[in-house]
Design a protein around this ligand. Structure first.
Ligand code: ATP
Ligand code: MG
Length: 552
């Protein structure tokens, strides 16, 4: 991110406003999640944009929970959202709730009724839908539209007092039933819902609709730039109409393209289905595109912020390849993750000319990518070691440079070995590989004069620890499961999780910590999972390595 980037269109707007001295040059944005699910990578884009603008222009950002729909919302979600925003590296100025404004919003609705700009409608949802017309046909009014101000005031007070059941009445803005914009055809402002709210309890049985709550909340907080996604463009005239009629602080709405990422779904409704139907292990399953899932998978805040920076902010929607996200985490971990050895699919190798009972220790750099080094660690060596099954072929294929009978390979940071023979079980599976080592070939002090093309990783049988390793693939088999025929869940990848129960890791990895990434050499970047116990370590693969160092 060192090179100077040109401004995105929202930054241009903000700079223009500052130059004009609008709001005294003040910048106040907000991030307004509805607490009805966990945040996902799409939200990260909005978070980086809103908080990023404030940081760049000396402003502030509020965290506002848009909690106007009591049925789907929960404190569990509120807590997770706060945790995720903090983890991404952002501090909000104030933690606010739309529900804190319920009294004010009610008063504003009364104000509109008094102006003759809102009325109580007894029609059912179906009747209202029909009366609204279609994009090509204007809507028609009904008898309720002509109710007097006094009657509306009384009925709205009665709605609030709980005199009517759910759905019996709504409050609507009296706007324009013939507008080409359907959102302006007398949109709903309030509905009756006898439901317990996670913050206001049973104080209210009427709840404001998004269109009435959102803009007014912005205005109450004196938000200068209210940034949302493009599907809200048709709502903008309504946003402005309420603010104008109520003579409120002139917050302005700006829209940017939402993030779409391939091979996943991002709507909270769909993510919730994956959780409740048991397709994944909770909202933080490492395959989920949620912030908590990415965190558990081993993504870092810096990599997610870098991703959001790279995708940029535009007005046109497109589909971003998940490969870009993987690129960002690889780049980050390459610089920070310590290198260790782990054998995921082990087969035993016996070095027959190495003295029984003898052990040795070798040195390996923690991270050769760090200039000046990042320290090193010691790891033990012995007569028996684990290697990857795929690193041995009895009869080598063409261009196979790893171990084979008669073939030579280097054990990383140790000796060159030569394959001699194999031991097989009754089914013909190899249970042991026997080889010899070249004593003069010790890494760092190799006088053997032998050149080998391959290097493989290994773990000492005597000293290695056991671990479970979880490898992940895309959660869906198609790029855009929401846009396929039938249910999006029909496209779930049945092989998105592979569990390797008996991997061997070098002893130092017993000290692995959640949140500290590690590179298993040649196998990818990994992180300790929360399911780990002292007896059983569990590692998640964050991402594979693009190029294994074995390929010369
Ligand atoms: P979903 O459709 O996933 O349920 P939402 O838009 O209903 O998401 P909110 O909690 O209302 O979720 O979103 C909070 C903020 O995050 C909003 O400003 C919204 O525009 C933004 N946002 C949500 N999804 C994306 C996305 N995919 N890309 C960018 N911004 C997003
Ligand atoms: Mg929403």
């Amino acid at each position: 991110m060192s090179e100077e980037k040109s401004l995105n269109f929202i930054e241009e707007i903000v700079e223009g406003d500052i130059a004009e001295g609008k709001h005294g040059g003040r910048v106040l944005t907000r991030f307004p999640p509805e607490p009805n699910g966990y945040l996902h990578i799409g939200h990260a884009k909005s978070i980086c944009l809103n908080f990023g603008l404030a940081q760049r222009y000396g402003g502030k950002t509020n965290l506002r929970f848009d909690d106007t729909n009591p049925v789907k919302e929960d404190v569990e979600y509120v807590d997770s959202i706060k945790e995720d925003v903090k983890w991404l590296g952002f501090d909000w100025a104030e933690e606010l709730y739309a529900s804190d404004y319920f009294d004010k919003l009610y008063d504003l609705a009364v104000e509109l009724i008094k102006q003759g700009l809102a009325y109580v409608d007894d029609s059912s949802a179906e009747e209202i839908a029909v009366q609204k017309g279609t994009p090509t046909e204007p809507g028609v009014g009904n008898e309720y539209r002509n109710r007097s101000v006094e009657e509306n005031l009384q009925l709205f007070a009665d709605m609030k007092a709980g005199k009517y059941p759910d759905g019996a009445k709504v409050l609507r803005a009296k706007l324009d039933l013939a507008s080409p914009n359907m959102h302006l055809r007398d949109p709903l402002m309030y509905r009756i819902k006898h439901a317990h709210h996670h913050r206001t309890g049973d104080a209210w049985c009427i709840y404001p609709m998004y269109d009435f709550a959102h803009g007014q909340s912005d205005a109450i907080e004196e938000i200068t730039h209210s940034i949302c996604t493009v599907e809200f463009i048709p709502h903008r005239p309504l946003y402005e109409w309420f603010i104008e009629k109520l003579n409120l602080f002139p917050s302005k709405q700006y829209e940017f393209a939402r993030l779409n990422l391939n091979y996943t779904v991002m709507s909270k409704r769909k993510l919730l289905q994956l959780v409740t139907d048991g397709h994944v292990d909770g909202w933080d399953d490492p395959r989920m595109p949620t912030i908590s899932g990415l965190r558990r998978r081993g993504y870092t805040p810096a990599s997610i912020r870098e991703f959001c920076e790279r995708i940029g902010v535009a007005k046109r929607e497109n589909m971003i390849d998940v490969g870009l996200l993987e690129f960002c985490i690889r780049e980050d971990l390459n610089k920070t993750a310590w290198r260790r050895m782990a054998v995921l699919d082990p087969v035993k190798l016996v070095i027959t000319n190495y003295e029984e009972g003898k052990t040795d220790a070798f040195q390996g750099e923690n991270n050769p990518e760090v200039e000046g080094g990042d320290g090193s660690r010691e790891f033990p060596f012995g007569r028996e070691i684990w290697i990857e099954r795929e690193d041995f072929m009895e009869v080598p294929a063409k261009k196979y440079f790893r171990l084979s009978i008669g073939g030579m390979v280097r054990l990383k940071n140790a000796y060159i070995i030569k394959g001699e023979s194999v031991v097989k079980d009754a089914d013909g599976n190899i249970t042991e590989i026997h080889c010899t080592y070249i004593p003069e070939s010790k890494s760092g002090n190799d006088t053997s004069g032998i050149n080998v093309k391959g290097t493989i990783h290994w773990v000492s049988v005597e000293h290695g620890k056991t671990a479970e390793v979880r490898l992940y693939d895309r959660l869906f088999q198609v790029e855009d499961p929401s846009n396929e025929d039938g249910d999006f869940k029909d496209y779930i990848n049945p092989n998105s999780l592979q569990v390797l129960t008996t991997a061997y890791i070098e002893p130092d990895l017993a000290n692995a910590k959640i949140g500290t990434p590690v590179q298993f050499m040649r196998k990818g970047y990994f992180t300790l999972d929360k399911n780990s116990t002292a007896d059983k370590l569990v590692f998640n693969r964050t991402v594979t390595l693009k190029d294994g160092w074995v390929k010369k």
